[in-house]
Design a protein around this ligand. Structure first.
Ligand SMILES: Nc1ncnc2c1ncn2[C@@H]1O[C@H](COP(=O)(O)OP(=O)(O)OP(=O)(O)O)[C@@H](O)[C@H]1O
Ligand SMILES: [Mg+2]
Length: 287
């Protein structure tokens, strides 16, 4: 059975998607693990990073995307099938990585996003809609070693579907003061979700992203994040810090066709950071 990890933060633009994609590629290529990326975000950024646009359009036309899964309860007949939706050999590295699969999000539903979100955010934590993803995946997770779940920037029902299948949750945070103020709220919302559902998902910790070395505020906040981990209930600040870098920002372009991890992620940075982070995450989950 896969160990599942949700990347969550209700703040947008903190690097959830970039990290999900990089961790998946490193875990599949450097560690030989079977990895499933689940793109729960209607913005579909992870899907755009990991698959070809034409292939994605065909999935959309057949309704075989995660967004269709969330629409099915409001339709008269269900269409979504996890086995049909899953995209094998995802990523632009080497023309696709054997062992890295993607459950894509759906672009045709961008327009419906607001109404969908408002329906979902009105639900409480005891809603059966929390279990849509779990039910749709069925035994599929047993085909993988790791599932990485890229969540939208909210803690509403879509993210709760991710948490409902997650053994761990990881919080990417830019170490700026505004961002770190929101962390206690994330932890307390997840703890409330756990209490109300009886589900178990453990905090793996915070991973600092887009770190600016010369920035005193970032430096100061990193040590606060490290010191406050146990007291604030997010377990730890992971040792690996992801610096802000242009190659990290450019890695989202699927049209580039890098042959290897080192071509996509320039060395030493961010290559070494993503390599170290994937090792660290795997250590915490016992893989
Ligand atoms: N280490 C980094 N250095 C520089 N830019 C980065 C880095 N990581 C991510 N970015 C860029 O920051 C932007 C936001 O990143 P990303 O989309 O991964 O964040 P997100 O948390 O998934 O956002 P959202 O909440 O909107 O889904 C993107 O343009 C991405 O290319
Ligand atoms: Mg994202």
């Amino acid at each position: 059975m896969a160990i599942s990890i949700s990347l969550i933060n209700m703040k947008g633009g903190v690097g959830k998607t970039t990290l999900t994609v990089a961790l998946a590629e490193f875990m599949a290529l450097e560690h030989g693990l079977r990895v499933l990326v689940i793109d729960l975000d209607p913005q579909s950024n992870a899907s755009a990073c990991l698959m070809d646009l034409e292939r994605w359009k065909r999935r959309n036309m057949r309704g075989q995307t995660i967004m269709r899964l969330f629409l099915d309860p409001f339709k008269n007949w269900p269409v979504f099938s996890a086995q049909e939706a899953v995209v094998r050999n995802a990523s632009n590295i080497g023309g696709g990585i054997a062992g890295l699969d993607l459950m894509p999000s759906g672009m045709e539903l961008m327009d419906l996003q607001d109404s969908l979100m408002s329906v979902f955010s009105e639900q409480d934590e005891q809603s059966p809609l929390i279990y849509l993803l779990r039910e749709a995946l069925g035994k599929m997770l047993s085909d993988y070693d790791i599932a990485l779940i890229d969540c939208p920037p909210s803690l509403g029902l879509i993210t709760q579907n991710g948490l409902a299948i997650s053994d761990y949750y990881l919080i990417p945070v830019i170490p700026e003061t505004m961002s770190i103020h929101g962390i206690p709220q994330i932890v307390s919302r997840v703890n409330r979700f756990k209490r109300q559902t009886g589900l178990e998902t453990q905090a793996m910790g915070i991973v600092a992203t887009k770190y600016r070395q010369q920035n005193q505020e970032h430096l100061h906040n990193l040590s606060d994040l490290r010191a406050g981990a146990q007291k604030k209930g997010y377990q730890r600040l992971l040792e690996t810090v992801i610096h802000e870098s242009t190659p990290a920002a450019n890695a989202v372009n699927f049209r580039l066709q890098p042959a290897k991890l080192r071509d996509k992620y320039a060395s030493p940075r961010p290559f070494n950071e993503y390599r170290d982070l994937s090792r660290e995450v795997l250590k915490y989950v016992g893989k």
